[in-house]
Design a binder for this molecule. Sequence first.
Ligand SMILES: [Fe+2]
Ligand SMILES: [Fe+2]
Length: 252
Amino acid sequence: MKVHKPYVIFEEKDHSFIWLGLDESDAEKGVLTNQYLIRDGEKGAILDAGGYFVFERVLNSVQEFLKPENISLLLFSHQDPDVVGALNLWVDVAPNAQIYVSELWERFLPHLGQEVSEKINEIPDMGMRIPFGSSFIEAIPAHFLHSPGNFHFYDPISRGYFSGDMGAAIFPKGTWYLIVEDFEEHAKLMEAFHRRYIPSRKAIELWLNRIRGLQIDFIAPQHGSVFQGDNVKKFLQWMSSLDKVGLDLLTF
Ligand SMILES: [Fe+2]
Ligand SMILES: [Fe+2]
């Protein structure tokens, strides 16, 4: 099982979008997860910081780029354990970070065991622009994809789009890769997850309408691999082509 170093997906002047590495042995403890750091000058925003087992690896990776005190944002797409599981630890090492999560989940996070209510900012259903460094990060509604209160995060400088669990791929052991090359082959690793975890096609349609017109250079999911170039469009078309999902397929 290999350990992969962080990878800078985008860098221009003092702004970058960074994938925070992977320890493939984490697969033994659950599904593999991606974490990302958006850096603007000295400030950092972490996207879906991740669960307990990956905390040390993610923190070490962040420290290659900035001091944890300079993490100003912890952004969470939804409430799952692979997304928020290490929140307590992050609050300790990143005392200056503000937390952003859906207004549906804000009241559930204290159950992780840390009093965080003063740091939590609720993202309203319609989404919002979150001030960050010299610019902002946009929280884009992607409700029911798969959580009822669910957001993606778009960075207008890198034109990078963090898609949370959308785009998740589940790899057979030892076959992981960071960037999608053969989309058709990759789609086979995504299908089962999307068919079951998305409850309704309507959620897909609302989301695709919402992001139409957004300039996206790459899509970075919380599981699986990054879509760049033509594969951005191919992925969105593939999502649109999922004719039956969730409730359509429930048979018991
Ligand atoms: Fe999830
Ligand atoms: Fe996830």
